[in-house]
Design a binder for this molecule. Structure first.
Ligand SMILES: [Zn+2]
Length: 272
């Protein structure tokens, strides 16, 4: 009932009421032991923690979205990544994690629902840093692709980006990292020595102005649905070249009906 009331309030209070989404309006995380529940694109998180909006080696962007919550393991992971980055790269800009109780967002992502996903921007330009809220809400994340979108912008891409991706992929709790196929291809071509971490770097649509890191299901989260395991190898194979081939438009399949959210999520949404 409470959630219906919240949704109604939002419906009448916010222009563009189509965006109404009770998950974006919860008063805060549910307290208690942390649990990631369901799938990253159909789930929620209990006992989430908030990532402090700045810390050693990182700044959280778009504070106004209130998407700086996650499973405590995700919060620790970002803090670890910030510290590692600070030693060799600089300050990283952290985009969306999850809402206070996870769940679907009114805009921007299909995943990020279980407190195990986070975006990190590729912008590493120290000349741009400010911690002003207004700056963080308005600065665009620059794309690393060239204007035609058929390769990297060589003025922007640097070995620091490769270093940051390696720092990320070698954190044990991180299951996989999504980047644009052009970025994966660059790594495949240039990384020497230890290439084992490339396995975790997965090509995906978009992801040219940020990368997306996803944790494995944490311990003590029996309702967390694991992703299929990554294929063996560094991924610099036909699965990568697929992204650069022309694909004839296939028959358009209707979207399969969305499965209902786990019952535990509905309980969590309505809890205090
Ligand atoms: Zn993401």
């Amino acid at each position: 009932m409470r959630s219906i009331r919240r949704a109604l309030i939002l419906f009448f209070a916010v222009p563009g009421a189509i965006l109404a989404n009770p998950w974006a309006e919860v008063p805060g995380p549910i307290k208690g032991p942390p649990r990631a529940i369901g799938e990253t694109n159909n789930g929620c998180v209990s006992g989430a923690a908030a990532l402090p909006t700045e810390g050693d080696g990182y700044l959280v962007m778009h504070l106004e979205r209130k998407r700086y919550f996650g499973h405590p393991s995700l919060i620790r992971t970002i803090q670890t990544l910030g510290k590692r980055a600070h030693e060799t790269i600089g300050v990283i800009q952290v985009g969306d994690l999850s809402q206070a109780r996870g769940g679907p967002m009114p805009f921007g992502h299909r995943s990020h629902q279980t407190g195990l996903d986070a975006d990190v921007w590729f912008n590493l330009d120290p000349g741009l840093y400010s911690n002003a809220d207004g700056w963080r809400a308005n600065i665009p994340a620059p794309s690393l692709l060239n204007r035609a979108g058929n390769g990297l912008d060589r003025r922007l891409w640097s070995t620091q980006h490769a270093r940051l991706l390696k720092l990320t992929a070698t954190i044990p709790e991180i299951d996989r990292v999504f980047v644009n196929a052009h970025i994966k291809r660059e790594l495949c071509r240039t990384v020497r020595g230890d290439r084992s971490w490339l396995r975790k770097i997965r090509p995906w649509y978009g992801h040219h102005d940020h990368f997306h890191l996803r944790l494995t299901c944490p311990a003590e989260s029996p309702e967390c649905v694991r992703q299929p395991p990554l294929p063996a190898g560094d991924g610099c194979d036909s699965s990568l070249s697929w992204w650069f081939q022309k694909h004839p438009p296939g028959p358009t399949k209707p979207e399969p009906p969305k499965p209902p959210m786990p019952d535990a999520c509905q309980v969590l949404l309505n809890g205090d």
